[in-house]
Design a protein around this ligand. Sequence first.
Ligand code: UD1
Length: 342
Amino acid sequence: MSNKLRVLLTGGCGYIGSHTAVELMRAGHEVVIADNLVNSSAAVLPRIEELGGKKPAFYNVDVCDKAALDDLFNRESVDAVIHFAGLKCVPESVEKSTLYYRNNLTSTINLLERMADHGVNYIVFSSSATVYGEQDTMPLREDMPTGACTNPYGMTKHMSEIIIRDAAKASDSLGAVLLRYFNPIGADASGRIGEDPQGIPNNLLPYVAQFATGRRKRLFVNGNDYPTRDGTCIRDYIHVTDLAIAHIKALEFIVGKQGHEVFNIGTGNGYSVLEVIEAFSKACGKELKYEFAPRRAGDIPTCYADPSKAERLLGWRAERDLKRMCEDTWRWQSNNPMGYGK
Ligand code: UD1
């Protein structure tokens, strides 16, 4: 197999998928995108082309759809798959648990079966630090126990990990990498692509960014009585471009191998909610007036990675700091206050 790969990205129009598509193309690889646009916009496609220099092949396909995925694999010869597609809203997963289990597990199983049928041997999976649940010690290492997740979304990530791991164990050809993302934020330095959540953002950074443009009227800090240095939760925020590059390293690692490997993808540094708001204030040049509000259900006080395994085996480490993450988020948000094409 040549060094140049042709890679199928499920969910390739989403936030992390679109940034990975661009980085793959910048590194000389080819990209095929499958996305049903349920939580993303086709308006990202010309921007991926603009940044990556080539129009990616695009299929409006639900990864749960067996016939549609068969058709895609019949038309497109790909070397590997990166599986981003999935529902990801934590509170919605509590309300609609069976929808989350059906969608996120059916898609993973269907993808593995179609890959086997069509002789595609390599997969990188979008997992999450949420699989660790609440642990007594930090930083989190890949060999710590997983599965005590606090919500169905997290369980679907944990269960997909097991499904992929067992498929790799049973196969004499499948190679799989499970990437446990910490908290991806930031945007491509061009400001042309970024995170564009539908409705009111659940996650901190997109909310803060929309507050800074005036699209959201009040900024709430959920909980200031956690056992942390300033009472607010600590997370390991990682620039989405560093995360995208980690997928390329994961592909380079697994292509030609059989089996499975798990990696944390974080910086190893934790920042509190107040520290993030402070950094974002500097980046956007505005004071951001926040209000303290009750804790959010299911939040853990502190979560950050030990990313040393990825550095050791993938030769990857995060290079962009919190200042850069906030500056790049702000460039995207201020240039595209209503996201894509609205
Ligand atoms: C959340 C998900 C996690 C998912 C990750 C994706 C939950 C419980 N967990 O992680 O499963 O993988 O997103 O990035 O939803 N905060 C505020 N005000 C806000 C929004 C958030 O104070 O308006 C606080 C939260 O209480 C939390 C911190 O900011 O302490 C980070 O929140 P968020 O960005 O949602 O990330 P996680 O909760 O770590």
